[in-house]
Write a protein that binds this ligand. Structure first.
Ligand code: COA
Length: 371
């Protein structure tokens, strides 16, 4: 069978950041204004007063210190609390494609690849800017890649699921080299006015070049991929094209990200640890033999718990790097950012696991070895 590698990765990071303190200041201004505006109804017991957020809680509960965003001004405007993206004409590159292209270019440059060597593009992300034409086809066109392209969405596991589809395409011979692109504009699916989750997400794009091992030296051999899904409503977003058909006005809150964070934490940690352990065992490996785990980046305690279950001791940041303190949760891109920023010190033969988990539920693991 054809050996497949991750040859290189790319990362696009927006130039703007929002610290927890800036976020909470804007949120609390919004809360004060809302409560003042609705004072009479709140006093009459008709509606509940909103409660302030706290930067201390956010860091303690999640490990997040800041997030990168594409539009800081719109998010921090207490009268808006949502990014503002200027509409673009159809003949301009769309925003999601633009950040995907930026990440893809870096992956290609790092691999020393020409676009003529790439046969396919998969845009694997939690949200697509539009239903069609596929974002992947637009990215393919912008890069000048021949062959085929398609979109796929498995929420936070989109990137690892995308890696498996790319690896299968290479193994089957339908492509020599596949770009998996993960543009995650999470700021647009987040309800920034919801105290329970307003701190969770950030924007970013990653790209992964998956190809035949014999196309060059270096990279990471894909020893195996393992995907699993199990239906849950604990992370849900009802935005979709059928919303336009509703008789009643759409409930906007229902059309953005919402979750039962506690339940997700409790249910997904054991699933992810079990998934990784089983995958490694099937490959004749053990967690102790893994040099580094690049885990999905949603919550620091979650990652620590998963690593502890696997290693039966606490993992160091060197063994399970953390990037969510700077990037927050970036959906499918999180484990790829962790890999992108923390792999160059590993040496030939070192074993690593990329693992994502999230809505669906979905879990994807990729066991790789430095060549
Ligand atoms: N500021 C201050 N206090 C807050 C707050 C905020 N922004 N948000 C919630 N709180 C309070 C709650 O009111 C609650 O107070 P109470 O104990 O008096 O009732 C307390 O903090 C705990 O709230 P809870 O929602 O249970 O927090 P948590 O410890 O579960 O942390 C998450 C919340 C979201 C950080 C955490 O559940 C998580 O990360 N879960 C996993 C999420 C995940 O992986 N999702 C996948 C997304 S793709």
């Amino acid at each position: 069978m054809t050996d497949v590698v991750i040859r290189a990765t790319g990362l696009f990071t927006p130039s703007q950041t929002i610290s927890n303190e800036e976020l909470v200041a804007a949120f609390n201004t919004y809360v004060a204004r809302y409560n003042a505006e609705h004072a009479a109804r709140i006093a009459a017991g008709e509606i509940a007063a909103l409660v302030e957020s706290s930067a201390e809680f956010i860091e303690k509960a999640s490990g997040i210190k800041q997030r990168y965003v594409l539009d800081k001004a719109g998010v921090l405007d207490p009268a808006r609390m949502y990014p503002r993206f200027a509409p673009r004409p159809d003949d301009a590159l769309s925003l999601e494609a633009e950040i995907g292209v930026a990440a893809a270019r870096e992956a290609l440059a790092r691999a020393g690849r020409d676009v003529a060597d790439v046969d396919a593009v998969i845009c694997a992300a939690s949200n697509m800017q539009r239903p069609y034409p596929a974002m992947a086809v637009e990215i393919q066109h912008a890069l000048g890649i021949k062959g085929f392209a398609f979109d796929m969405n498995v929420a936070c596991s989109s990137a690892t699921f995308g890696i498996e589809q790319a690896a299968n395409a290479v193994r089957s011979g339908s492509a020599r080299s596949v770009l998996v692109v993960n543009p995650e504009i999470c700021s647009a699916h987040l309800e920034w006015r919801d105290r329970d989750c307003h701190f969770i997400f950030g924007d970013v794009a990653t790209a992964i070049l998956v190809e035949r091992a014999d196309m060059g030296d270096g990279g990471w051999a894909i020893l195996g991929t393992k995907l699993a899904t199990s239906f849950s409503n604990n992370i849900r977003n009802n935005a979709g094209f059928l919303n336009r058909c509703e008789d009643t006005p759409a409930d906007a809150r229902d059309k953005l990200f919402r979750q039962e964070g506690r339940k997700v934490f409790k249910e997904v940690c054991p699933m992810a640890a079990e998934h990784i352990g089983t995958h490694l065992a099937a490959l004749g490996r053990t967690p102790a033999g893994v040099r580094r785990f690049w885990l999905h980046q949603a919550n620091l305690s979650m990652n620590q718990l998963i690593a502890r279950r696997l290693l039966e001791r606490d993992a160091t940041f060197d063994e399970a790097p953390v990037i969510l303190d700077q990037y927050a949760n970036t959906a499918s891109a999180g484990s790829i950012i962790a890999f992108h920023l923390n792999h160059e010190d590993l040496t030939e033969g070192d074993l690593g696991v990329i693992c994502s988990f999230g809505a669906g539920y979905s879990i994807g693991s990729v066991v790789i070895q430095r060549r």
